[in-house]
Design a binder for this molecule. Sequence first.
Ligand SMILES: Nc1ncnc2c1ncn2[C@@H]1O[C@H](COP(=O)(O)OP(=O)(O)OP(=O)(O)O)[C@@H](O)[C@H]1O
Length: 598
Amino acid sequence: MAVNTALLDEDENIEVSLSDSYLTGMLWEFLSPYKWQLVGVMVLLFAVSGITVLLPYLIKLAIDGPITDGDMNGLIPIGVGYLVAVVALFAMRFAYTYWLQTIGQNALLNLRQRLYEHIIKQDMAYFSKTPVGKIISRMSNDIEALTELLSTSIVMVISSGVTLIGLVIVMLALNWRLALISFSVMPIMIAASAYFRAKIRVVSSHFHRVMAEYQAYLNEQFNGMLIVQLFNRQQQTRKDFDKVNQDYLNAHITQRDIYTYYGSLLQFLTTVGMAIVLYGGGYGVLAEWATIGMLVAFIQYTRDSFDPILQLSEQFAQIQSAFSAGERIARMLMVEPQVQQRPQTKAIDHFDQSIVFDNVCFGYEKGHDIIRGINLTVEPGQKIAIVGATGAGKTTLVKLLGRYYDIDSGRILVSGTDIRDLSFEDLRHYISIVPQNPYCFNGTVADNLRLFKSDITLEQMESAAETSCANRFIDRLPGKYDYELLPGGGNLSQGERQLLALARALIHSPESILVLDEATSNIDTETEVYIQEAMDRILEGRTAIIIAHRLSTVRDADRIVVMSQGQIVEQGSHDELLAQNGMYAQLYHRQFAEEMLA
Ligand SMILES: Nc1ncnc2c1ncn2[C@@H]1O[C@H](COP(=O)(O)OP(=O)(O)OP(=O)(O)O)[C@@H](O)[C@H]1O
């Protein structure tokens, strides 16, 4: 079984390559509200670097001064000074880490907010093409990589850079001979870091790819667990999982090996560096161009100067991965919905519930039309049933009416106004769609009816549930409206979910045009009778479009429209269509025969 790599694809169709300065600009947009705090952090960083450089010098002062002279009183101010400097160092490190973490987290909070707002305004074309796992990965893994950058890497790079520069200057100023001896292993260390940095980047991007494959595999298998179990594929998926699991381990081991070699080499070079300083410095003391205090201070300086090099090389790998995460986020933020609300919208003065499809053409992909020149007028208050073979384009037509997608040519008018001239809010207010597979959110039945609108009363819910017949199952649930639904409404049947969605539509848009997409296809025959009664009540005086597979449910419609391959091939009343003996008659007789056999 192939691993789903959809999560890994950069398929946002954004062709531009994003420069580091663009990404820095994007991050700055979120950091800039905290610029004065950042200035404070910088001041602290400089102070910390200064104290780091000062400490070994205080040791030198103590050894070459009071200790050599046996002056205990002279040692006290230096000792106290050292203590104060160390305490200040800890306090400042704590302060800037805390401060920066807070700034970073607030900036990322705003970024997550922006990303979320951006995603929820996307159209259905976006959601049908973009795997949910990918969106979640952007909002979690990629944001996490940026957290590392904003809260740790930036501080490390700046403080390491400043400290290193400060140390080099002070060391050269104090004793250039000892300084040059201390720097002797640095070129090897820098070369080794450059070599391993390149290796680490490759290994870590491989690791991230394997990790995403692992997550994608789990996501796919758990989502499809019903099929896995129904078809006894557990053994096969276990084998596939073994492979994915092994790849994950291997990627981990490769990454660990590289870090271990690199770490060991640096340890070795540090020790060699110390030995060189000890030998060269000892020689300097004997030759009297260095003091013992100076030697001790230089041992400390040498150790201190290796740290920033290690930090810098480590952080560059982090920064690299944060920037590629930032690029993925930036690309996602650049995707604009194809279905947009016009800047100037029109309001409908008198909403008469009429609908006109005027020569409408549409295809999900260019050059492959699904809806081909549909002309259909629905008079105010009419009930139109749309029927046709599977894949005929019935649901697509309804999606166009709700502007899930924009038509390629033609017009759709609601109450005489082109739906593209309406605001989204008005359009959703005028047209209520009960989809094929209504989704239920985590929460109670009441939450799902209210849809987070707390001012909807229990009486309103009960009345809508009664009209739509949803009360027949709600009243049987333990706790009724307080019954907790499982994720996606897993503890309701599909028919019950459709009834709930119908009640929801009645509550939220009581005077809208009602579009039922096979809303009764999963309801048992007994319930269907109730639903028919309920429908008569619900649809009284309303314009409605009903897509149905069960032809028995649409017999009473004012007009039945038969679709085939994106076109209307027949229309008329039930009796007229039967008399025509065309496609509808065929469908009807076939279904009638099937029902007789069942
Ligand atoms: N998001 C999409 N992207 C590309 N093609 C799509 C998409 N949704 C549907 N289609 C295609 O459009 C055609 C019409 O689909 P539609 O869902 O409108 O049919 P339908 O008549 O409602 O079928 P059914 O009765 O089975 O629900 C089908 O061939 C389908 O494969």
